[in-house]
Ligand binder design. Structure first.
Ligand code: CTP
Ligand code: MG
Length: 177
C-alpha cells in the first residue's frame, strides 16, 4: 500500500509540477493569440499563455531529470523508472490536458478561472496519459498498474486542492481551486 502510494507519486511528479509553475510564471501572450472560436468566445482564454506553458513544461522536465538522476545514483530500483521520454510526455501532457480543458470550458461558456469540478482536478492526468498512450504505450502499461491508477485518482484531487489553497494564500492564484 505504502509502496504503491510512493510509486504513484513518483510517477506523477513530472505531471504535477507544470501547473503550479505555470501559475507562478505565466502571463504575456495568450496561446490563442486573443482569437475567438466561431461561437464568439475565446479559443482558450487569457489563462493559457506561452510563458506559462514553456516554464511549466521546462520545470516538469527539470524535476523529472532530477528524479532520474537521484534514482540512478542512489540505486532506487524499487521505484518506477522514469525515462527522458516519460518525463517530457508527462510534463507536456499535463499542460496539454489543461489547455484541452480550457478549450471545452470556453465552449461551455465558463469564464477564465471559473471552477469546473472533476475536470479541473483530472485534466492533467487525462492529458498526460493520452499523450503517453500515443508516444510510449509500453511505459504506460509497465508502470500504470491498476492499483497505481487507483492511487493516482485518489491522490491527484487531494494534492490539487492543497497546492491551490497554498497558491491562493500566497496570492499566486486568484481562486482557491
Ligand atoms: N497559466 C499560464 N499558462 C498556462 C497555464 C496556466 O499562464 N498554459 C497561468 C495563468 O496565469 C492562469 C494560472 O496559471 O491564470 C492558473 O492556471 P489555471 O487554473 O489552469 O487557469 P485559469 O486562469 O483558471 O483559466 P481556465 O478557466 O482557462 O482554466
Ligand atoms: Mg483555474
Amino acid at each position: 500500500m505504502l509502496s504503491t502510494l510512493l510509486s504513484a507519486f513518483w510517477i506523477m511528479v513530472p505531471a504535477y509540477v507544470p501547473n503550479p509553475v505555470a501559475a507562478l510564471c505565466g502571463g504575456g501572450t495568450p496561446i490563442d493569440f486573443d482569437r475567438n472560436h466561431s461561437d464568439g468566445r475565446r479559443l482558450l482564454g487569457d489563462g493559457k499563455t506561452y510563458r506559462g506553458l514553456a516554464c511549466g513544461v521546462l520545470a516538469g522536465i527539470t524535476v523529472g531529470a532530477l528524479q532520474i538522476w537521484l534514482a540512478g545514483t542512489r540505486g532506487w530500483t524499487f521505484l518506477p523508472q522514469h525515462t527522458a521520454a516519460s518525463i517530457v510526455i508527462l510534463s507536456l501532457g499535463a499542460l496539454l490536458g489543461d489547455m484541452g480543458k480550457s478549450f471545452v470550458k470556453r465552449r461551455l461558456g465558463k469564464k477564465r478561472g471559473e471552477a469546473w469540478p472533476i475536470a479541473d482536478q483530472y485534466d492533467l492526468v487525462i492529458g498526460a496519459f493520452i499523450l503517453m498512450l500515443i508516444f510510449d504505450p509500453s511505459w504506460l502499461l509497465a508502470n500504470i498498474t491498476f492499483p497505481v491508477l487507483v492511487i493516482i485518482l485518489i491522490l491527484t484531487p487531494i494534492l490539487h486542492r492543497v497546492v491551490n489553497i497554498i497558491g491562493y494564500l500566497y496570492g499566486v492564484k486568484k481562486e482557491p481551486w
